[in-house]
Each structure stands twice: as structure tokens, then as C-alpha cells.
Design a protein around this ligand. Structure first.
Ligand code: FE2
Length: 381
């Protein structure tokens, strides 16, 4: 049995339904009305602007039945019905997180213990665009990376991987880039170098939010790929030393790349990025492209560098990393706003040929959410 109470000033109502209670403001309800004068019946786009709703909107009357809340708004005299499930799913009457660095419900931070549970998708299965793809995209959303195996060993195969969920982001490096390494005993010291884990292209604004790396040849020993969850690293820094976390979150670093004649890419963003309410939304970490940091006050710069150093040590800690080898026809994607990647050093001789490209998370999220929505619709029918 549901009930609704209107506050004495008629500014908000309190809805009690299914054992839960939530308050909703009159202006919020009016703005979120789903009648066909407010929302386009086909695509759900809002047909009115806030200026079309009187500033003094109040609740004139409200009643509730088993499935709907009915509200009359004054001074418009307009009556609108709201689905109770929709209202409770979109309720905003709950405590807000107070600790900086909180994560959304879909995100799960990880350490090296994820090694036994790396999200792996079989290329042929994923290409059917059914449950296997949906589950794999779900894990990529949760962990920020995933592997693809048994794919074609052909030039450009990585575009087929990107096409499973979205679109390639072309940059000044082209639609894709080549990572070819010849490893032999005379130049091992040079080509065998590992790289520190990093996010790619922090000097872009916005950064490419996904990267695909795909293996076409791999006869050299070593050269494994390694990934580190930047969110887990940032949270470990916070738990060790909140001051370090805050100084990296509260000040912008600068990043740049100007290594080609006609390219001068710069950005000004923090290494640890928080939403205004403290949600952890991004990590940028790349020693090669960090420019002079000029936006940290003098009396905080020593702390800033100590924090940057400690974050690097955490990222380098083997307890944080998941390592895997890519064989021809295998690739992986990373959320480049969260998960850092690196290549380990080589120990033998041979060749290694990878192709990489960038893409963006909006496409992946859209594909995944649309698949979830259609599965829910099917289940409801
Ligand atoms: Fe990279």
C-alpha cells in the first residue's frame, strides 16, 4: 500500500511505497513529467525548457494507486501521472557520499588478484553480438580492461575489435599506429627496455578514453603486457596518505606533446580527477609527457612531488599488476581514463608486431546499456 503526503508549503511531496520513502520537489517532478506535451513520445526528448515551467510551481494535489502517482501542478493546473518504479529508481533523496574518491556501483577496483579472472572474450563469440558480447562489455565496464582471443591474424584486425562496441578515434598518429619491435642480442639493451605503466595521450583534451592493442606477430620472448588499475592505485594512495591524494586531486598537472613539426598538444588536468561530489572519475599518469607543473602553489610543490613519487611507487608495485602475454590474434582494450598499461622488457630474440588504435567509452557504454535494456525488455515480455 503506497501513500503520498504533501508538505504544508506544497513545495515537495513524500512518497511511501514498497517499504521505501522518498521526497520529490514540485519543480523536479514537473520537469520530469512524461506526458506527451513534455516529452516526445518517440525518442523521449524533452519538448519544453525550464523557462516554460512557472518558477513558483507547487503541488496542487497528489494521489497514489498501485502503480502510479498522480500530481496536479499549480498554477498550470496540469495533471501528470508518474510510474512508481521510475520514480523510485530515480529518487535523489538519499545520503551523499562524504569520502573523496568514491566509485560508482559498476566499478570494481582490482589488484594482481584479478590475474585468474581476466575478462576474456572469444572473437567469434563476441562477433555474434549476443550474450557473450554483453557479458564481456559488462566486465570491461567493471574492471576497465578486457582481452580478446582467437581473432583474425591480419593487418587491421583491431578495427574489427573496435567495431564490436564503438568507433575508432583518429588522431595525428593516424587511424591506428604500429608497434613493431625487432629484438636481437646486439640491441637488446635498447629495444628490450620495459616502459613504466602509463595512460596514453594525457596531453589530449579530451583524452582518448579507450585504447585497443592487437598482436599480429610475437616471436620474441618476454615483452608481456601489463595493466594496473589506476583507480585502485589512487585509492591506495588515499588510504596511505590522504594529503597526498588531495594534493594530486586538487591541482592541475600539465601535459604536452610537440614531437612533430605541425603538432602542439597540451592539456591542463589533474593526475587524479574527481567529480565535484568526490567521485573518482579519471587518472592521468605518464612520465614521458608530463610538462612543467605550474599550477601548484609554491608551499605545496614539495608535497605534490612526494605524492607523485608515491603514486608512481604504488603503480610500480607488482602487487598491483596483472600481466599477460599477447599471441597473434589476441588483443586487449583498456579504459584509458582509468587503467594504466605497460610493456615488460624482452629476454630473447625475435619480432613483435602490435597495432593500436583509440576509441571512446561513450560508444562502449551505449552498446552495453542498449543490450542491457533490450534484455530487460525481453525478460518483461
Ligand atoms: Fe601506451
Amino acid at each position: 500500500m503506497s501513500e503520498v503526503l504533501i508538505d504544508p508549503q506544497a513545495q515537495f511531496l513524500t512518497l511511501n511505497t514498497a517499504g521505501k520513502s522518498a521526497r520529490f520537489h514540485a519543480v523536479w517532478l514537473r520537469d520530469n513529467a512524461w506526458d506527451e506535451d513534455t516529452r516526445a513520445p518517440g525518442n523521449g526528448q524533452r519538448l519544453i525548457a525550464l523557462r516554460d515551467i512557472p518558477a513558483g510551481t507547487q503541488i496542487g494535489a497528489a494521489s497514489v494507486d498501485a502503480t502510479h502517482l498522480e500530481v496536479r501542478f499549480e498554477p498550470e493546473g496540469k495533471t501528470v501521472r508518474f510510474d512508481l518504479n521510475w520514480l523510485m529508481e530515480n529518487s535523489y533523496d538519499h545520503p551523499v557520499p562524504t569520502q573523496r574518491g568514491w566509485l560508482g556501483p559498476r566499478i570494481q577496483p582490482w589488484h594482481s588478484d584479478l590475474m585468474g579472472d581476466v575478462p576474456v572474450g572469444d572473437f567469434a563469440e563476441l562477433s555474434k553480438r549476443g550474450v557473450a558480447l554483453r557479458d564481456w562489455l559488462g566486465k570491461v565496464t567493471k574492471y576497465g580492461f578486457g582481452k580478446v582471443v582467437n581473432g583474425p591474424v591480419e593487418d587491421g584486425a583491431l578495427f574489427k575489435v573496435a567495431g564490436l562496441f564503438g568507433f575508432v578515434r583518429e588522431t595525428n598518429y593516424g587511424r591506428h599506429f604500429e608497434v613493431r619491435t625487432e629484438v636481437n642480442p646486439t640491441n637488446l639493451a635498447f629495444t628490450g627496455l620495459g616502459l613504466q605503466a602509463h595512460t596514453d595521450n594525457p596531453y589530449r583534451d579530451p583524452v582518448p578514453s579507450l585504447q585497443v592493442l592487437y598482436c599480429l606477430e610475437s616471436s620474441a620472448a618476454g615483452g608481456e603486457n601489463m595493466v594496473v588499475d589506476g583507480f585502485a592505485a589512487a585509492l591506495r594512495l588515499r588510504d596511505e596518505n590522504e594529503n597526498y591524494f588531495n594534493v594530486l586531486a586538487d591541482h592541475c598537472a600539465r601535459f604536452e606533446y610537440a614531437g612533430e613539426e605541425d603538432v602542439c598538444l597540451t592539456s591542463r588536468r589533474p593526475m587524479i580527477e574527481l567529480a565535484p561530489d568526490g567521485e573518482l572519475v579519471g587518472v592521468r599518469f605518464n612520465n614521458r609527457s608530463l610538462a612543467a607543473v605550474t599550477d601548484v602553489p609554491f608551499d605545496k610543490m614539495a608535497d605534490y612531488y612526494a605524492a607523485y613519487r608515491r603514486l608512481g611507487e604504488i603503480i610500480d608495485d607488482e602487487a598491483m599488476e596483472v600481466t599477460f602475454r599477447l599471441n597473434p590474434g589476441e588483443g586487449f582494450i583498456v579504459d584509458n581514463t582509468r587503467v594504466l598499461h605497460a610493456r615488460k622488457g624482452y629476454s630473447g630474440e625475435g619480432t613483435r608486431w602490435l597495432q593500436g588504435c583509440y576509441s571512446d567509452k561513450d560508444g562502449l557504454r551505449s552498446t552495453y546499456d542498449a543490450m542491457i535494456r533490450s534484455a530487460q525488455k525481453e525478460a518483461a515480455e
